[in-house]
Design a protein around this ligand. Structure first.
Ligand code: ACM
Ligand code: ZN
Length: 554
């Protein structure tokens, strides 16, 4: 046995403590980069006497204290006692709510060899401070199995921090492929670690209806499953079809579990119910809601279907209001996403009910009919005290009052909406769609939807277009990365496509534009990769730069 191995064995056997020095070798690596960060000399070292003192100690602030105690406990084997109080104590952590912090999500952090002090306006800020501290703790805090018995230290520093945007989101399409509850929770964990605050859950699609609706059981009995054929056209997109039906859905109990789990991490789950298009799974279950009466089949191919909800049929609005009522009961979010994208007008042009609606309502054309549809739904949703979000097609034919626009086909929709006083979330596909390749070289990459969206391109995106005045820019609530799952068949591929591009979105959402620097981001990312290894996520670790742009520059 080599001498070093013998020492390691003795340490394990006798529980001696080793000094972790990873962060002494490296700069303080935090993503998203804090607004103000001043490193000092020395460390704060946790001991069995360390307490976490919280003021006030309530169900919300306790979430951060519990998480902090758990992180310390993982590698050390002891958990700091949590108590209520306002006075700092040598060797302890003080976490207090303080109205002198202006931003609702902001915080200050002071780490000295004598103690740690965290101040925030709200419990959310305390939570984000703990995410910052977490990234400064030894990576062993990420592993719950107690094998290390190491000394837990935090490098001395002063931080003052707050986000640039109020909306910092990631989307996930579970219509084309769905993922286990555990994998959705891991996704939420990664958003929380990077101070993102919204999980946009795309729950209904042509290829599958994924949320249990008690009043309409056929949505999941029929609409949650598609027939797959080995010889189907999708085979060329590399799907491993074995001829068995593909599908599944989330029960209302599972939905509540995910919403509650996200809530403990101060993440809002934004549900999306697609209308009037992307509705074949619903129409297969209830063909009477279509223009033609069907019959239909849950869509096996990707792409856009001509059959959509009939805009002339009152039953459609009763159905959607019933569905949205159950959805609003499950999701406490301020916003409900109603889709609105990619709705062909072909069936409406030929449908006598749709044409009668156009005539009765004095509408000019089918685009105004789509606008009528969305306005009606918006009126219903706002009567329940919520607001709608829709993809940028909801601008066509006139935007519903109170609607927020998600600009995906570029920034133009977002610019138009902001100029007319509507709020906007930027998700232009060219920069924020993670279904596209992140490497120019596809060797060893899972199949993607084509395209090229490397990390550098994502990182460089600034969601406040120059075309907008400073006043209009205030309507840009933030940005979001989108993960469409046509090619994403497994949780492992999901993680590979999501990370680290999600972390670039997180930094753009949080860190001031003039503070952002790609080289610096990559340096921090490479250090954090050790943490991601400890957590066990499957991230892309290849060429981060935009090699295509580099070549074009030459
Ligand atoms: C979309 O990508 N159809 C919003
Ligand atoms: Zn119709």
């Amino acid at each position: 046995m080599k001498f070093l191995h013998l020492i390691a064995l003795l340490i394990l056997l006798f529980g001696a403590k080793t000094q972790i020095s990873a962060h002494e070798e490296s700069p303080l690596s935090i993503i998203p980069a804090p607004v103000l960060l001043t490193p000092h000399t020395g460390n704060f070292t946790f001991s069995t006497k360390t307490r976490i003192i919280v003021s006030p100690l309530n169900s919300e602030t306790r979430l951060s204290a519990d998480l902090f105690a758990q992180l310390v406990n993982n590698p050390s084997g002891y958990s700091p006692v949590i108590s209520e109080g306002k006075k700092p104590a040598t060797g302890s952590v003080l976490m207090i709510l303080d109205n002198s912090i202006k931003n609702d999500e902001g915080y200050t952090l002071e780490v000295t060899p004598k103690g740690i002090t965290v101040k925030a306006k709200t419990a959310v800020g305390l939570f984000y401070a703990v995410q910052t501290i977490r990234q400064l703790l030894p990576v062993e805090v990420e592993k719950s199995a107690l094998v290390h018995r190491i000394e837990v230290t935090v490098p001395a520093c002063t931080i003052a921090d707050e986000p640039r945007f109020a909306y910092r989101g990631m989307h996930l399409d579970v219509g084309r492929h769905l993922f286990p509850v555990a994998s959705i929770k891991r996704y939420i964990d990664m958003l929380a670690l990077h101070k993102m605050n919204t999980f946009h859950w795309h729950l209904t699609e042509d290829q599958g209806w994924r949320i249990e609706i008690k009043k309409y059981p056929k949505l999941t009995e029929i609409g949650a499953y598609r027939k797959e054929t080995v010889a189907g056209a999708q085979k060329k997109t590399n799907n491993t079809f074995d001829g068995k039906p593909y599908g599944g859905f989330y029960t209302q109990a599972e939905v509540r579990e995910i919403v509650a789990y996200a809530g403990t991490k101060f993440i809002t789950v934004l549900p999306e119910i697609e209308m009037p298009g992307h509705a074949i799974a619903a129409l297969t279950s209830y063909p009477e809601l279509s223009c033609t009466g069907g019959p239909f089949e849950v869509r096996k191919l990707w792409g856009v279907d001509d059959d959509v909800f009939c805009a002339g049929n009152e039953q459609v609005f009763t159905f959607l209001e019933d569905v949205l009522t159950e959805v609003m009961d499950l999701f406490p979010s301020k916003y409900i996403h109603i889709g609105g994208d990619e709705c062909p007008k072909k069936r409406w042009e030929k449908c006598s009910k749709c044409q009668k609606r156009i005539k009765d309502e004095g509408l000019k054309n089918e685009f105004e009919l789509q606008s009528y549809f969305i306005r009606r739904i918006e009126k219903f949703v706002s009567s329940k005290g919520r607001n709608i979000i829709g993809w940028d097609e909801i601008l066509e034919g006139g935007l519903a009052p109170g609607a927020t626009v998600m600009s995906w086909r570029g920034e133009e929709g977002g610019i138009e909406a902001a100029k007319s006083g509507h709020n906007v979330i930027m998700t232009p596909g060219k920069y924020t769609y993670f279904c596209y390749y992140q490497s120019e070289n596809h060797d060893g990459q899972p199949l993607a939807l084509g395209g090229y969206v490397p990390l550098e391109l994502v990182y460089g995106y600034n969601p406040t277009p120059k075309e907008l005045t400073a006043e209009e820019q205030k309507h840009i609530l933030g940005l979001q990365g989108c993960l469409w799952s046509e090619q994403i068949q497994t949780p492992e591929i999901l993680e590979f496509m999501a990370y680290p591009r999600t972390f670039a979105i997180a930094e753009t959402g949080w860190t001031a534009d003039n503070q952002k620097n790609f080289e610096d981001f990559v340096t921090r990312l490479k250090i954090l990769n050790k943490r991601y290894d400890a957590i066990g996520i499957n991230y892309f670790n290849g060429e981060y730069r935009d090699t295509k742009a580099l070549k074009e520059k030459k």
